[in-house]
Design a binder for this molecule. Sequence first.
Ligand SMILES: Nc1ncnc2c1ncn2[C@@H]1O[C@H](COP(=O)(O)OP(=O)(O)O)[C@@H](O)[C@H]1O
Ligand SMILES: Nc1ccn([C@H]2C[C@H](O)[C@@H](COP(=O)(O)OP(=O)(O)O)O2)c(=O)n1
Length: 674
Amino acid sequence: MFTTAFLDVPALVRAAGTVRLPGSKSISNRVLLLAGLAQGTTEVHDLLDSDDTRVMLAALQQLGCGLEQQGRVLRVTGLGGRLQTREAALFLGNAGTAMRPLCAALAVLASTQGGQFELSGVPRMHERPIGDLVEALRQLGCPVANLGQPGYPPLRIGDGQVHPLDTTTPIRVRGDVSSQFLTALLLALPLLTTNAPVTIEVEGELISKPYIDITLGLLARFGIEVQRQGYERFVLPQGSAYRTPGSIHVEGDASSASYFVALGALAGIDSEVRIEGVGLDAIQGDIRFVEAAQAMGAQVRGGPGWLAVRRGAWPLKALDLDCNHIPDAAMTLAVMALFADGPTRLRNIASWRVKETDRIAAMACELRKVGASIEEGADYIVVTPPQRWQAASIHTYDDHRMAMCLSLAAFNPLSDAPGRGVPVRIEDPRCVGKTFPDYFETLFELAEAAAGAVPVIAVDGPTASGKGTLAAQVAQRLGYHLLDSGALYRATALAAQEAGVSLDDEAGLATLAAGLDLRFADHRVFLGGRDITDPLRLEATGGLASRVSVHPAVRQALHALQLGFRRLPGLVADGRDMGTVIFPEAELKVYLTATARQRAERRQRQLAERGVCAKLDELCADLEQRDRRDQTRAVAPLKPAEDALLLDNSELGIEESVQRVLGWWQQGRPFQRV
Ligand SMILES: Nc1ncnc2c1ncn2[C@@H]1O[C@H](COP(=O)(O)OP(=O)(O)O)[C@@H](O)[C@H]1O
Ligand SMILES: Nc1ccn([C@H]2C[C@H](O)[C@@H](COP(=O)(O)OP(=O)(O)O)O2)c(=O)n1
């Protein structure tokens, strides 16, 4: 997962490959609650691992459920309807799928067995309505107190006393704000059916009906057959009891699938994007996004558990659609609309306004930034594609779907509008952790950047100037890959030593360099599977590397290997010739220096930290000799590129140097705001 402050997605042009989707958030949290209420142990396969499921798991654990992870299987031992703990404060982040059902289940348990629970979340959760559910629970006789603004979390549920609950009259709940209120009651009220059936009546037109179908389907898997009349009246039969199905599989998230369906429709130009984990047989309503994508031109094949999508009509066909049945996935249509042949109107999406953020307002604001014209209303949005694309810094409002959707705007070179090929900056990319922590990694695996669009920052300079330290820090802050090119020369030197190849044998060294079996993982370096991190970093190895590196054939042999590090979303490369020879087109070139004395002192301190004692004068003489050799060799000598920015960090600390370079980088970026 990218945890950087922002992530710049370069202009993208193509996509192909296979994505295995993480489990559905809606199914995961419903299954967890049902397994938590049931008697016995449920094996849950392919549960989503994300922010929202983690808060649900933490809550279940606090309530005394047994949780045991074994590989991809989680074993949940439920409460069997009996409270194990009578008091707890549960923090539920921004997970509506945890807040609403737990509110209902705990209200019933606390009232019938005597308990008291506090439910809270992040500030945005305290702005998301829950009043209609609270009203329904109060009708039953459950004490629920507002700890903040009435109608919103945080809430105190129960008061430690046992209260008689009235199930003789139907429980009425509004269905036109969020279908999660009804879901919450359906999941919780089987607890009250011991002596008589319980009836729920929906007031107002129920929205997002497919989510209710998921709830009913999962209740059936746990032994509870709800009888319904349309979507207005639901009856939980007398004696409904949660019975674990023993084992249950969580299907891939259909809303998450929408980004990859869109990816295929936009950029599956000469091959398909294959999606595994969710297919045409999915129980999630958002699978019907596929029909909307097809209406826009996507070519979709599919079967049980899989979909394969490629581009059909191009540009995409504009759409006018009632999206009530696919509220979450419809956001993806708003971004596909950027690539359509006219304005796209998405209707009946009022629920967008009470999700992780006000999604209509957020979508309008961010799509305007990339150049689209937007008309927004209380429950609709109209998107007219950009006439000219702009490089935009996308605010994501702590909303995973804003981040995932808007990343698709990076395919702007595919559009016919002028001003082709601009990057998209996604602010706070870690918000995707709510449902799809590896979303961006997956996107970068499948997508291909426009020619020359993957940015490179080159950091060159003499030994011990701090290149490696600076490059690693800058790469980390930007979420970029890192190339420590010196390590390749050092590894060649070690391989030569081992194979008994002389440092003057240019052809022999070049053969070794061309065949290096080198792997970088977890800050360690492996040569032919062997960990060589420690010998690689020895001062002596640096000297040997300098000697190896004078040979043109060796440099040539390592050239392609170095180019291969330039992968999405970007690269920071450090060495001697990054800006002059390997990446002459790098957007930013930094030539890092410090006085020889300073550098020798740094090296001495660095060695001392590793328990190696070295004399300052000797270190200084060694590094000056190495500088001379690196600067005077015939091929790719160490020197600043003509367009390099010089940074003498003799008097600068590490963080100051990093900030200086990040500042230069930001200045050169095309975004209006950070
Ligand atoms: N700006 C700086 N100020 C002080 N020390 C630094 C600075 N940059 C790096 N160092 C320290 O100098 C030592 C050498 O840095 P390193 O990144 O290994 O240099 P290089 O890759 O150029 O050989 C490290 O111990 C590092 O922590
Ligand atoms: N791009 C590069 C990187 C390193 N080299 C050579 C020259 C250097 O003295 C050695 C060792 O490089 P390395 O960057 O690991 O050394 P320092 O960390 O700066 O001491 O390799 C090179 O010729 N070209």
